[in-house]
Design a protein around this ligand. Structure first.
Ligand code: NAP
Ligand code: FER
Length: 346
């Protein structure tokens, strides 16, 4: 006889956060029980979570007053985010038991997905690891793709600067720009990351922003001709220094502002006059606006992976209990490449 329910370990938000998230803002709860069958007619699916993604936006949803599209989490509830899982039961015509999917799920072992139509079905081929669907083939990969291919559209020979360059989005954005024939420089927070960028990911140059006295001087050294494209993942002082160094008609894609997410009030940007003089185009990006390009994106990125033209770096920790620490680590620069949690390998 099949089991009627599963014991379901979960990660709960204890209370709204103040400042950067701490492990103590979250709690692992082990006594939830979830039915192993979905109610007939509910259109829902039950998903066994295999890989969960640690993303900076999760911390934005852990506090009140977040202006975004995603609402704040409710204290006492399971944290949600992107994940990869296997359908273990379904009453939805588009999904069947055994299907592999990625999309928004819960930080728990099993999730009841009441609106599964927002999930992407994975065309499961054994040569691509499933974990890639929370990274290069999921939301962060789509973000890097959207910023480079759809927003900035670099031309061969252009000068591209990427911040948080050794992170999930940054290391892919930089490599996409390299593949388009650009000169690419990355900023990252440790010498180990700089080494990764220069020696493994073949960025043209990279620097450790924590060791630079004056970021304007640094950027003038790295880009004597100026910057055509700045892929901004961090905002704040690095954005301000980049604005001073843009070339005429340069483009800045505002992808992330991680340096600002946990401040009580945002830091000002002082150098906007230079954006005026240089006629810089500045565009905010939300990846959700680009999900309709997903199959076009796969057509571009799957061959790059299979032909070894792109190097994808994962930083994996194991077990649901590791989620809080891995999330907190993002804001201390602990991750190299995409931070994810393997909850179960099968
Ligand atoms: P990630 O880069 O893999 O991880 C975050 C990295 O940010 C850390 O490793 C750290 O690297 C850096 N960092 C942390 N605090 C910082 C600070 N105060 N100043 C400068 N750098 C800091 O994360 P990701 O998932 O790829 O996301 C990168 C950015 O893109 C984030 O801002 C995220 O919110 C944004 N994003 C936006 C969208 C969208 O739709 N707009 C979608 C996905 C991601 P260092 O060691 O280099 O400091
Ligand atoms: C992110 C930062 C901000 C992100 C999304 C947002 C998906 C915005 C979310 C919202 O508008 O609710 O890293 O990644």
């Amino acid at each position: 006889m099949e089991t009627e329910s599963f014991l379901n370990k979960q990660v709960i938000l204890k209370a709204y956060t103040n400042g950067a998230p701490k492990e103590s803002d979250m709690e692992i709860v082990s006594n939830n029980i979830i039915p192993s069958k979905v109610k007939n007619g509910s259109n829902a699916i039950l998903m066994k979570n295999l890989y969960l993604s640690c993303d900076p936006f999760i911390s934005i949803r852990m506090k009140i007053g977040n202006p975004g599209v995603f609402p704040a989490y409710t204290p006492g509830s399971v944290i949600s985010g992107y994940g990869v899982g296997r359908v273990v039961d379904s009453t939805n015509a588009n999904f069947k038991k055994g299907d592999m999917v990625w999309g928004i799920t819960g930080w728990e072992e099993y999730s009841l997905i009441t609106e599964p139509d927002s999930l992407f079905k994975i065309d499961y081929k054994c040569d691509i690891p499933l974990s890639y669907y929370v990274g290069i083939l999921g939301m962060p990969g789509m973000t890097a793709y959207a910023g480079i291919y759809e927003v900035c559209k670099p031309r061969e020979g252009e000068y591209v600067f990427v911040s948080a360059a050794a992170g999930a989005v940054g290391h892919l954005a930089g490599q996409f720009a390299k593949l388009m024939g650009c000169y690419v420089v990355g900023a990252a927070g440790t010498n180990e990351k700089v080494d990764l960028l220069k020696n493994k990911l073949k960025f043209d140059d990279a620097f450790n922003y924590n060791e630079e006295q004056d970021l304007d001087v640094t950027l003038k050294r790295c880009f004597p001709q100026g910057i055509d494209i700045y892929f901004d993942n961090v905002g704040g002082k690095i954005l301000d220094a980049a604005i001073l160094n843009m070339r005429d008609h340069g483009r800045i894609v505002l992808c992330g502002m991680i340096s600002q997410y946990h401040l009580d009030s945002y830091e000002g940007v002082k150098n906007m006059m230079m954006a005026l003089y240089r006629r810089v185009h500045i565009q905010g990006l939300l990846v959700f606006d680009f999900f309709h390009h997903y199959s076009k994106f796969l057509d571009i990125v799957l061959p790059l992976i299979k032909e070894g033209k792109i190097t994808y770096i994962e930083d994996i920790v194991y077990g649901l209990d590791a989620c809080p620490g891995a999330l907190v680590g993002l804001f201390n620069g602990c991750n190299m490449g995409k931070q994810l949690v393997e909850v179960s390998s099968e």
